[in-house]
Write a protein that binds this ligand. Structure first.
Ligand code: KIV
Ligand code: ZN
Length: 514
């Protein structure tokens, strides 16, 4: 009999801690629905004590998601646990996840507590959380740099207090696979009541070992893997869900462990995550990168044509890459459009579909063929991005070899129309200067990049910007056949994200750690 591994997705919590990735409540809910469709067992919806905005989005998710356990993170304080419970109490299957650091480095320099105090605090937190729900997870932050006998001691104490899952994170991505496996084995063998709880692994990717460590941990007996879509997360990110799930699926001959994930939802979920967070998936990323199933070398192409098994260890369709790349054009009707959207994993309301269909027709007038990537860009702009504060109404730019580049911009600012014009050294500079003047933004443009979404002379340009203001970093994305318009959209999207972050300040790092 194969053992089951619980997939605990933390894209909405640890994933959201990626620089610039913050999502608004509507975006989080949309992603949560897709995670439910993907078939994860548990989703960590957020850290309610970190900001009122996070509290509200966790609450909205808990109210709507019915088929997946919804959990919220809390430090060991009663205030945090109250807040977490308040946010998830209406979930069909709620879980409280509480944590405290256990390494001597953290105890001395961050918590200023001794080991006994930390055990007492952890036990009290678990007992307190048990007063709300039976389903309580406890994590030892910086677990892999903690004394292993101390880990056993604290796990024994929290399980005694009622923890049903105990998680041993590699918070700083320091472990190597064999060592992590040995640590999990040690803890399982030396914690007398460990059989009363599910042991969990949670890895960060600072040395590029997160997936390897996670697999090592579960082969050593852990039965929950904490992961994120596309591996997004703090610093170098977390273990990526798709890598763990597909490693277990592809090597089922060797590793006798299963998950409940619906593999063909992996690609739609990866794309949605990237669209919502603005974090581009690197082309060579395993399973979900644009080149993951591309064969460039002649010998490889020849082999794949003869039999895909020669160079493909996974069938692209298994992970949701459709071979039926139905191309749409200006004669395509609403039915074909809706079918395509649904094949791509987007289920839209009637109103959303109508809005998107109109935008699709406008684009089809400019381009001969509309590919999946174009449709994705439309979905991102029209449906996924909730225009919080600023919306682009109109843009006209004059530029050339003799003219001074000038932009005339019309915006809706909190619903009110505003218009202005400005200059710059080039058309994009003129556009950004004008928008910055109209919005009063002091943000700095840290990065600007343009990609052609699809090939051909009439390809859509996709612009990504990275904006920084008073220590906050936001990514913005925009797509359009006209790259100046795409740039304006990306800039405005970045400004909206900054506004959202200002309204929902997260805990400062020092507060967050204690
Ligand atoms: O990396 C970590 O230690 C965490 C814990 C809060 C689980 O994210
Ligand atoms: Zn983490």
């Amino acid at each position: 009999m194969k053992d089951h591994v619980t997939i605990f997705d933390t894209t909405l919590r640890d994933g959201e801690q990626s620089p610039g990735a913050s999502m608004n409540a509507a975006e989080k809910l949309r992603l949560a629905r897709q995670l439910e469709k993907l078939g994860v067992d548990v989703m960590e919806a957020g850290f309610p004590a970190s900001s009122p905005g996070d509290f509200e989005s966790v609450q909205a998710i808990a109210r709507k998601i019915r088929n997946v356990q919804v959990t919220a993170l809390a430090r060991t304080s009663k205030g945090d646990i109250d807040r977490a419970w308040e946010a998830i109490r209406e979930a069909a299957n709620p879980r409280i996840h509480t944590f405290i650091a256990t390494s001597d480095i953290h105890l001395k320099h961050k918590l200023n507590m001794d080991r006994d105090q930390v055990v007492r605090e952890a036990v009290e937190a678990v007992r307190y959380a048990k007063g709300f729900t039976d389903n309580v997870e406890f994590s030892t932050e910086d677990g892999t740099r903690s004394d292993r006998d101390y880990l056993c001691r604290i796990f024994e104490a929290v399980i005694e207090a009622g923890a049903t899952t105990v998680n041993l994170p590699d918070t700083v991505g320091y472990a190597v696979p064999e060592e992590y496996a040995q640590l999990i084995t040690y803890v399982r063998e030396h914690t007398p009541n460990i059989h009363k709880a599910v042991m969990s692994v949670h890895c960060h990717n600072d040395l590029g070992l997160a997936t390897a460590n996670t697999l090592a941990g579960i082969t050593a007996g852990a039965r929950q893997a904490e992961v994120t879509i596309n591996g997004i997360g703090e610093r170098a990110g977390n273990t990526s869900l798709e890598e763990v799930v597909m490693a277990l699926h592809t090597r089922r001959d060797l590793i006798k462990l299963t998950t409940s994930v619906t593999a063909n939802q992996i690609h739609p979920t990866s794309r949605l995550t990237s669209l919502i967070t603005g974090i581009v998936v690197q082309p060579n990323k395993a399973v979900v990168g644009a080149n993951a199933f591309a064969h460039e070398a002649g010998i490889h192409q020849d082999g794949v044509l003869k039999n895909p098994m020669t160079y493909e260890i996974m069938d692209p369709e298994t992970v949701g890459l459709s071979s039926n790349r139905l191309v749409l054009g200006k004669h395509s009707g609403r039915h074909a459009f809706r079918t395509k959207l649904s094949q791509m994993g987007y289920e839209l309301s009637k109103e959303e579909l109508n809005r998107l269909f109109q935008k699709f027709k406008e684009l089809a007038d400019k381009r001969k063929e509309i590919l999946e990537e174009d449709i994705e860009a439309l979905v991102a702009e029209e449906i996924l991005r909730v225009p919080d504060v600023y919306e682009l109404d109109y843009l006209n730019v004059v530029s050339g070899t003799v003219e001074v580049p000038t932009a005339t911009v019309k915006l809706k600012i909190r619903g009110k129309e505003a218009q202005s014009a400005g200059f710059g050294v080039g058309p994009i500079d003129a556009t950004f200067n004008t928008i910055a003047k109209m919005t009063g933004s002091n943000s700095k443009l840290m990065r600007f990049s343009v990609n052609a979404i699809t090939g051909g002379m009439d390809a859509q340009g996709e612009v990504t910007v990275r904006l920084q203001e008073n220590g906050l970093v936001a990514l913005g994305k925009g797509a359009d056949p006209d790259i100046i318009t795409a740039s304006a959209k990306a800039y405005i999207n970045g400004l909206n994200r900054l506004e959202y972050m200002k309204k929902n300040p997260r805990l400062s790092p020092s507060e967050g750690l204690r």
